[in-house]
Design a protein around this ligand. Structure first.
Ligand code: ZN
Length: 279
């Protein structure tokens, strides 16, 4: 097994964490143990309209309940607010956005979600040359078909290009905050992360972030190793959602379940029994 310096657990406090989050955290912790990596707790809170402090508290309660350790990051809501919120790193994100603007790698887009065609951006504003400071616009990256290389565990790599759904993906939102792809990349570089463990639903994002790293000439990011794990599915191949009450860890805690019982339940859904590490 390779050795790594740092990995991260990066929940968004927009709902109560569920069994799928618990699986992702447990796998991250297991890989950290195996590879010598420290764990950073990063709370992704830029989507401020959906953020709620009771969900932040739930992150700490869940990690403590599941006995998942972390070496760096906030220990409680107060430390999160005073030091670790992404709001404290807005300047870093703005620098990256400014670099993209200076390089003329972005364009302003006034389209709404409903103007996407089957989830794919048709390039409507690509050649409109709207000023970048036009109110109520997003910034999109001009993307092409370039090949990207993603490092994977055990010294492997994947050569791939951007998925169609990520064409000209958004780097700045209409509310002027950076989009997830940009903030996540900037944070991973800022904190010196070299191992990212995440669900395979984020695979298109991983590719988009490599694209962004290429444009920003952020070679450090390309050295990060990525591991994408399968998701926990409810019956009928439905992704677990944060709104699904019965699968929230808080609900299970309130029902008096033990951490062991929660892990057993995850193993049962996965069909791997109790040994998550075989997953
Ligand atoms: Zn547009």
């Amino acid at each position: 097994m390779q050795h790594f310096t740092k990995t991260r657990i990066a929940p968004t406090p927009s709902g109560y964490l569920h069994l799928g989050n618990a699986l992702s955290f447990a796998l991250t912790a297991a890989l950290a143990r195996k590879t010598g990596a420290k764990i950073l707790l990063r709370i992704d809170d830029l989507d401020h309209q959906r953020i709620n402090l009771s969900y932040v508290q739930d992150i700490f309660d869940t990690l403590n309940f599941l006995d998942i350790p972390w070496d760096e990051g906030p220990r409680d809501v107060q430390e999160y607010q005073s030091t670790w919120s992404q709001m404290h790193r807005i300047g870093l994100y703005k620098d990256a956005l400014q670099q993209l603007a200076d390089q003329r790698d972005v364009f302003a887009c006034q389209c709404s979600r409903s103007q996407l065609q089957g989830g794919i951006y048709p390039g409507t504003c690509r050649n409109l040359s709207l000023p970048l400071d036009t109110p109520d616009t997003t910034w999109r990256l001009y993307t092409d078909e370039r090949e990207l290389i993603i490092k994977t565990l055990n010294d492997g790599s994947i050569t791939i290009h951007l998925f169609d759904e990520m064409k000209d993906f958004i780097v700045k939102k209409k509310d002027d905050y950076p989009a997830y792809q940009l903030a996540s990349l900037v944070d991973d570089i800022h904190f010196g992360v070299d191992l990212v463990v995440r669900g395979e639903d984020l695979y298109p994002s991983t590719i988009a972030q490599h694209y962004l790293a290429d444009v920003l000439d952020a070679g450090v990011f390309k050295n990060i190793t990525f591991h994408h794990h399968p998701l926990l599915m409810e019956s009928g191949d439905k992704k677990l959602s944060k709104s699904a009450g019965a699968t929230s860890i808080k609900y299970l805690r309130d029902q008096g379940k033990t951490a062991g019982e929660v892990y057993t339940e995850i193993g049962r859904i996965l069909g791997v029994g109790k040994d998550l590490r075989s997953f």
